[in-house]
Design a protein. Structure first.
Ligand SMILES: *[C@@H]1O[C@H](CO)[C@@H](O)[C@H](O)[C@H]1NC(C)=O
Length: 328
C-alpha cells in the first residue's frame, strides 16, 4: 500500500474513534440524572428558572446517613421542594412566590408515625410527633405562646407527658399565676425585643424568658407559637440565636396577613404583598437549614380565601408541626 493511502486510513481510523467517543460522552451527558445527587436538584438551570415553579419539583433522595439515623421513624423519600436562594426569590413574580409558599406548606418533609393530637379535637388542639426520638421524656418543658381562652393543649401536655407547661398570652384577662401542678401562666407576649406596647402588653424575647425561667441549659421539648403574625418577627430572632438547637419540636400557626385569622367572609383578598411572601419563604428556608422538618400541616378552614393567582381556595393560616432532626 502506498504511504499516502496508509496515512489516509490511519486518519480515518482516528477520526471515527474520536467521533465515537464524542457520541458516547454526549449521551452520558444528557442522560445524567440530577436526582442522584444527594441533595436533589438544587442548582436550577436557567431554563428551570423560567419554567418555575412547575420545573421545580424534583425527586429527592436523602443523604444515606440521614436515612440510616431515622430507619425506625422512616424518613420519607418522597419529593421535597426546597426554597431557592434569596437572590432567586427576589427575582420571582408575586404569583410565583404565593404559589411556592402554599405549595411548600402542603407537603410533609418527614414521616412521623405517631402523630398525636393534644387538646381539643377541633380548633385549639395541636398535633405533635410522639415517635420515640422526638417525644417529650423525663423532666420535659413545653412553652405555649398564644392561648386565647383555650388551655386544652397545655393541660393535655401535663396529663399525657407529665411535662411542665409554661403558657403565655398578653391579650387575655388573666394575671400571671400558677394554674396548677406543673402549669404556669404569664401575662406576657413574645417579640424580638423586650418592650411594652402602647396597648399595655409586655413583650419579651425568647432569650429573656428562657433566662428568667432559668431554662438556659434545659431542652424545650415543644415550642408552640400561635401568635397572630408575630411569628414573622419572633422566628428571625430565634433563627439568629442558638436557641432553636434546644428545641425538639416546633408547632406553629403561620398567618400570612394581618387579621387573617379572624373569620371575615368580606375580606376576600388575603394575599399579602410580594415582599412579605419573600420574607416568609426566607424564614421557612432557614428553618429547613437549621434541620427542622415538617411532619404535619393543616389548613385552618376559618381563614379560607379564593386566590386571585391560582383561582383555587387557599388558607391564609396554616398550622405546621416540625421536628428537629440530628445535625447533618
Ligand atoms: C407516646 O408514645 C408512648 C410510647 O412510645 C406511649 O406510651 C404514649 O402513650 C404515647 N403518648 C400519647 C399521648 O399518645
Amino acid at each position: 500500500m502506498p504511504v499516502r493511502l496508509r496515512r489516509k486510513a490511519l486518519l480515518a481510523y482516528i477520526l471515527s474513534l474520536s467521533s465515537c467517543c464524542f457520541i458516547l460522552w454526549f449521551f452520558m451527558f444528557i442522560s445524567y440524572d440530577q436526582s442522584l445527587s444527594p441533595l436533589g436538584r438544587i442548582d436550577l438551570t436557567a431554563e428551570d428558572r423560567i419554567n418555575f415553579p412547575h420545573e421545580f419539583e424534583y425527586k429527592h433522595s436523602f443523604k444515606s446517613s440521614e436515612s440510616r439515623a431515622h430507619e425506625k421513624s422512616t424518613v420519607t423519600t418522597r419529593g421535597v421542594g426546597l426554597i431557592p436562594s434569596n437572590a432567586l426569590l427576589s427575582s420571582m413574580q408575586w404569583s410565583e412566590v404565593s404559589e411556592l409558599y402554599h405549595k411548600y406548606l402542603s407537603a410533609n418533609q418527614i414521616v412521623c408515625q405517631n402523630v398525636e393530637r393534644l387538646g381539643r379535637v377541633t380548633d385549639g388542639g395541636w398535633d405533635m410527633c410522639n415517635d420515640s426520638q422526638y417525644s417529650p421524656k423525663g423532666q420535659c418543658i413545653v412553652y405555649s405562646f398564644g392561648i386565647a381562652d383555650d388551655f386544652s393543649f397545655d393541660n393535655a401536655v401535663v396529663e399525657k407527658f407529665g411535662c411542665e407547661v409554661h403558657s403565655f398570652d398578653p391579650s387575655i384577662d388573666m394575671q400571671t399565676k400558677k394554674r396548677g401542678d406543673k402549669k404556669f401562666f404569664y401575662k406576657l407576649g413574645i417579640a424580638d425585643s423586650d418592650r411594652t406596647l402602647a396597648s399595655g402588653w409586655s413583650m419579651s424575647r425568647f432569650e429573656s424568658i428562657r433566662a428568667s425561667l432559668k431554662h438556659m441549659k434545659r431542652t424545650i421539648n415543644i415550642l408552640k407559637l400561635d401568635i397572630e403574625e408575630w411569628e414573622w418577627e419572633v422566628l428571625p430572632d430565634l433563627l439568629a440565636s442558638d436557641h432553636l438547637k434546644s428545641v425538639d419540636q416546633l408547632l406553629i400557626e403561620l398567618h400570612q396577613c394581618q387579621g387573617c385569622s379572624k373569620y371575615d367572609p368580606l375580606q376576600t383578598d388575603k394575599e399579602p404583598p410580594r415582599d412579605h411572601y419573600v420574607h416568609m419563604l426566607g424564614i421557612l428556608s432557614q428553618l429547613y437549614q437549621q434541620n427542622f422538618r415538617i411532619f404535619h400541616h393543616h389548613d385552618n378552614s376559618a381563614c379560607r380565601y379564593l386566590s386571585k393567582f391560582t383561582m383555587t381556595e387557599l388558607s391564609a393560616c396554616v398550622e405546621i408541626g416540625l421536628v428537629r432532626i440530628p445535625a447533618q
